[in-house]
Design a binder for this molecule. Sequence first.
Ligand SMILES: *Cc1c(COP(=O)(O)O)cnc(C)c1O
Length: 234
Amino acid sequence: MISIAENLEKAATRIRSAAEEAERDPAGVQLLAVSKTKPAELLREAAEAGQKAFGENYIQEALDKIEALSDLPDLEWHFIGPLQSNKTRPVAEHFSWVHSIDRAKVARRLSEQRPAGMAPLNLCIQVNIDDEPTKSGVRPEEVPGLAQELSGLEGCRLRGLMAIPDPANPAAVQRERFRELAGLLAEVRRGVDNGALDTLSMGMSGDLEAAIAEGATIVRLGTALFGPRDYEAQ
Ligand SMILES: *Cc1c(COP(=O)(O)O)cnc(C)c1O
């Protein structure tokens, strides 16, 4: 049996040490619990231990959990998986964040479908930071233009950039990728000034220290909290 509360504590300790090492305020790094393939009861256990932000990759699976945990009012749901433009409505209606924007069309639909009474949907552009043709995300050179297009969308707020560098990269290359993403965010900020471009969603269970050293503000941890995935739907 794994103890989610213990794993959360260990993760918090890793985040704190990495932040201190980088002379950063640990409060500037948010832990996103990536709960894909994990049952709602494990998320409930995490929530009871104080975790509020959860990242999900698959829409139907996420909606089932959101429903099952609807008695916990202060959970924050982040969509972090590939998103097709014909699947945007439930995301617009049930999530606070989308980390995986890779096309203006998807963002425009989210903007149209965001219910009027809800807070703006926070968006991150997913960057293919290894620049490999088979990977999702936009190429680094396309980021400033896409950011420009997204910056004026009603009902949404462009918050920053997300990347999943190849975990097989040697440590030094991994750190270099994180640094490149941080540099790209600085470039976007020079072109788009919405006062909210504060987010670098980067770093996972295996490389959160390098990501925090390079400025991560959200680290997305799955296996470090919940153990190995139960299945992979895709
Ligand atoms: C699954 C997933 C994670 C978590 O990865 P771990 O290595 O298990 O921490 C983070 N980000 C995204 C986008 C994911 O799909």
